[in-house]
Design a protein around this ligand. Structure first.
Ligand code: C2E
Ligand code: CA
Ligand code: CA
Length: 541
């Protein structure tokens, strides 16, 4: 085209020139092929309208389509384009050119009222083109907001046999919501994500969309792919269908026919189907009970996928991040960590648990150490209890629901307790005394191993000292005194001692208590001990 003649018409000029444009057939339909990136075969093409004005040159649809949408010309234009596509397909069929489906853009204004679908069908039948050679592109914006009407449109297109594509998917942030209402057959990923550098936030969004689409069994065509890097990246995350300048700009009919003739063509395949699809699908449905539970009622929860030793986190709820002590920004870190950042040993524990869950179809639990890096707080190592259950799978991948609990603090205080108990036990064995720990707040008593062995006490006695009074270890005539000691301990006594005849044999023991206080001076623990008085020792022999 001669660019020197090109002039961009304003809104009024567009409208003033439109009638003549239709009469003189200044609108041409261009085709942009879509490829399977791996096989480099053509899987379809999108029809894009071009306006060649005899004086002003080529006009961009980005300029005149919005004007037509607000003036009502759009439906006339779209039917015109549809007829040109039909004429093109008829020509190909008649000439024995092998064809692939053509994606056709339908404006949301077309389907509001009127007889658009009937008019389309009349044209298609006139040219006698099978419905399978078309894919109808609708945009997300025509669907969002729970638009019942659009849902019905999609249903009626489906009932006529049309494949429906969701155009510009992901350009609005409500995208994921739309999928729950509208059963589209193909997702066209918006080129907005292809701008700028690969990865980053855009990469994360693309990655989630493609993964989710794959789980739903919906193929994704990425639009606006300009570089090999972009295509390789898309392929690496599971999107193999590509439309963009990397392969071809939109081209006129004859050039497209040459491409069809020289290139191999192939059919599209849907994404992976879940054998157990229903359950998994509910987790993507933002209104399902499962999602409600996922987000609010349960603690930390995640949906993960597992394939041949590889674990990927697909979704986490807010409580999950809370459990890890992270904020929402850090979600990205959590989601895109390879194998959850496990070292070899912990990865094995976790993967073995996944395998058990796959086998048992029940909840399986494990405890693993997991390194967490946070830009503000530095590195930490967390001890996490994960309970997992399979919710879906296909031949190679498994989808699991995982509940997590951060038990790092519990574990550390348990370690400390075990440490102090160990010391306490060794000391009592060596000193030849009976001793115990009494928790003043909870009235729990933990005896030493000698007490357990010689006196047959359990490792933990609740509501101390009642059970030992009842058992006769502390004789009835000393019961009230002994009870009173525990009251005194609660009131802050730091030391108590007396000779008490213990057991049914009334062997005299030197019984002592020493209390421990917290930083603010409240008593919380007392150490009890009992040593045989010397003549008692003689008796015992
Ligand atoms: P769209 O449906 O999102 O079409 C894709 C646009 O991306 C096209 O712009 C195409 O030329 C452009 N494109 C394709 N590959 C690349 C690439 O690698 N890099 C870049 N930067 N751009 C690429 P176009 O043809 O200007 O169309 C603009 C919009 O106008 C379309 O966006 C579509 O919404 C609308 N449109 C075009 N033809 C029709 C039509 O017949 N009917 C209706 N209702 N709308 C149409
Ligand atoms: Ca489109
Ligand atoms: Ca698009």
């Amino acid at each position: 085209m001669d660019n020197s003649k090109r002039y961009f018409m304003n809104k009024n000029e567009i409208l003033e020139n439109t009638e003549q444009a239709f009469e003189e057939e200044q609108f041409l339909v261009y085709f942009q092929p879509q490829y399977n990136y791996t096989s480099k075969k053509i899987i379809g093409a999108e029809a894009l309208v071009r306006w060649f004005h005899p004086l002003y040159g080529m006009q961009s649809p980005g300029d005149f389509i919005p004007v037509y949408e607000s003036s009502g010309y759009i439906t006339r234009l779209d039917l015109y384009v549809f007829e040109k596509i039909c004429a093109f397909l008829r020509k190909c069929i008649d000439k024995n050119v092998r064809i692939v489906p053509i994606s056709f853009n339908v404006s949301r204004y077309d389907v509001y009222g009127g007889n658009f679908i009937e008019d389309m069908e009349a044209i298609r039948k006139r040219y006698d083109i099978p419905v399978t050679y078309f894919r109808i592109e609708i945009t997300e914006s025509s669907l969002v907001g729970g638009n019942e009407y659009m849902i019905r449109i999609v249903e009626s297109l489906h009932s006529l046999g049309y494949v429906v594509e969701m155009d510009d998917f992901g350009s609005g942030y409500s995208s994921l919501n739309v999928l729950k209402d509208v059963e589209v057959d193909i997702i066209k990923l918006d080129m907005i994500f292809m701008r700028g550098k690969i990865g980053g936030r855009g990469g994360i969004i693309i990655n989630s969309i493609i993964k989710m689409a794959n789980w739903l069994g919906t193929p994704v065509i990425a639009e606006g792919v300009e570089t090999i890097d972009q295509a390789e990246y898309l392929q690496s995350i599971g999107c193999n269908y590509i439309q963009g300048y990397l392969f071809s700009k939109p081209v006129p009919e004859n050039e497209y026919i040459d491409m069809l003739k020289s290139s191999k063509i192939c059919e599209m395949k849907s994404g992976m189907k879940l054998i157990d699809k229903l359950d998994a699908e509910k987790f993507w449905n933002y209104e399902s009970i499962e999602t409600l539970v996922f987000n609010s009622l349960v603690g930390g929860a995640a949906v993960i996928s597992y394939e041949k030793g590889k674990i990927e986190t697909l979704r986490v709820n807010q409580n999950y991040l809370k459990e890890l002590g992270m904020n929402m920004e850090q979600q990205e870190v959590v989601l895109y960590q390879k194998n959850l950042g496990f070292d070899k040993q912990n990865a094995k524990i976790y993967i073995d648990t996944i395998k058990r869950a796959i086998k048992s179809k029940e909840n399986e639990t494990c405890r693993t150490w997991r390194p967490i890096h946070s830009p503000c707080c530095g590195d930490d190592n967390l001890y996490i209890e994960s309970t997992m259950r399979v919710i879906g799978h296909n031949e190679s991948q498994t989808l699991l629901y995982v509940l997590i609990r951060n038990i790092t603090d519990d574990y550390r205080s348990f370690q400390q307790l075990a440490e102090s108990e160990k010391k306490f036990r060794t000391a009592s064995e060596q000193a030849n005394i009976y001793c115990w720990e009494y928790n003043i707040g909870t009235k729990e008593m933990r005896p030493c191993s000698r007490c357990m062995r010689d006196l047959g006490l359990p490792p933990l006695i609740e509501n101390y000292p009642e059970p030992v009074i009842e058992s006769g270890l502390f004789p009835a005539d000393y019961a009230d005194m002994y009870r009173d000691w525990h009251k005194q301990l609660a009131e802050g006594a730091d030391h108590l001692e007396a000779i008490i005849p213990l057991t049914k044999d009334r062997i005299p023991f030197h019984v002592r208590y020493t209390a421990e206080f917290d930083e603010v001076g409240h008593p919380y623990k007392a150490y009890g001990s009992a040593t045989l008085v010397v003549d008692g020792e003689d008796k015992n022999k």
